[in-house]
Design a protein. Structure first.
Length: 331
């Protein structure tokens, strides 16, 4: 996976739509690559956009709405960092102008809209979803080991995701079920759901779930028990009001256990647990956007990957709401 090089001369003029916390992360990654220039920033809160420009993107033009930004500023690429309900219109507007798009997850707020964006992107330009773990060296290596077949078939998958999420969302769009359907599960948890499919290559067949809003307006803690293809057992925990950040991902195969724990990749065999050292190269969604814009590199997170994540999330929420097992085979 490539990155910046000192000899690169072409600048990818990039726009940032939405100037909140996640936009800052994207801006920092872009500014760390010699190929990128942030040419425009856009937010309904113009004061927030101006602060963003002053701190991170001096020289960028500031806009309060996307149509004006797209009409007034020539851009090669855009990063969409707004609440989910706005993604569809903003992404479509960029694609219509032949601008490459990196969109924060979830890609859209309904399945129908995700399908429309998939269709709209088929003739180009690039549309990529910001599932950053697809570029993470640990997860890429875990996928390599699991899908190599050298450790035998997968028997079970166990994941745990916890963080102080609820403590930070009061008064923000993330505490609004209309803007953030699924709460912690649909927001931060979507990365882990995407990794379930990215790492294993298996489809889910059924889920049974329990969810608790813990006094919030959206789902905060969700537990999932289910099955993947081939009868593979699945257990997932999403705890959005924990007191620390933790992310574990374990694949139990017939001949070895593979696990990401404490930001380290491990393999367990013969009652021994050892680190895996030969990791795959890592990158980020933003560097990948520049790679795709300048060199036509492969899209590692195409819009199609948003569909199984959406379907799984909806099945989990349905099960939690009804108290019943939900089948996914025909979704």
């Amino acid at each position: 996976m490539s990155g910046a090089s000192a000899g690169t001369t072409r600048l990818v003029r990039t726009g940032i739509i939405g100037c909140g916390a996640i936009a800052r992360l994207h801006a920092e990654r872009l500014l760390g690559d010699a190929r990128a220039a942030i040419a425009a920033v856009c937010d309904l809160d113009v004061a927030a956009a101006e602060r963003f420009r002053d701190e991170l993107a001096r020289g960028a033009s500031v806009f309060a709405d996307v149509p004006t930004m797209l009409a007034d500023t020539p851009l090669h690429a855009v990063v969409v960092c707004t609440p989910t309900r706005y993604h569809f219109d903003q992404v479509l507007a960029c694609l219509d102008r032949r601008i490459h798009v990196l969109c924060e997850k979830p890609l859209a707020d309904t399945r129908e809209r995700i399908v429309q964006l998939v269709e709209a992107s088929k003739a180009g330009p690039v549309l990529s979803v910001a599932y950053q773990r697809r570029y993470d060296a640990l997860y890429r290596t875990l996928r390599r080991e699991v899908q190599s077949g050298r450790w035998g078939p997968i028997r079970s998958v166990t994941t745990h995701n916890s963080e102080r999420w609820r403590q930070t969302i009061a008064g923000t769009w993330r505490d609004d079920p209309q803007l953030n359907p699924g709460g912690f599960l649909g927001d931060a948890g979507s990365h882990k759901i995407d990794m379930l499919f990215f790492v294993t290559g298996l489809k889910p067949t059924q889920v049974f779930a329990h969810s608790d809003r813990r006094g919030s307006h959206v789902e905060i803690a969700t537990t999932v028990s289910g099955r993947l293809e081939g009868g593979v057992a699945l257990s997932m925990n999403f705890i959005g009001d924990a007191q620390h950040w933790r992310e574990d991902f374990q694949i139990h195969c017939a001949d070895a256990d593979l696990a990401i724990r404490e930001q380290t990749l491990w393999i367990g065999r013969d009652n021994r647990f050892e680190r895996i050292e030969n990791l795959e190269p890592g990158s980020s969604p933003d560097v990948a956007l520049l790679d795709m814009s300048t060199a036509g590199s492969t899209n590692e997170a195409p819009p199609e990957c948003a569909l199984p994540v959406f379907d799984f999330t909806q099945a989990v929420l349905e099960s939690a709401r009804t108290g019943r097992t939900v089948e996914l085979l025909n979704r």
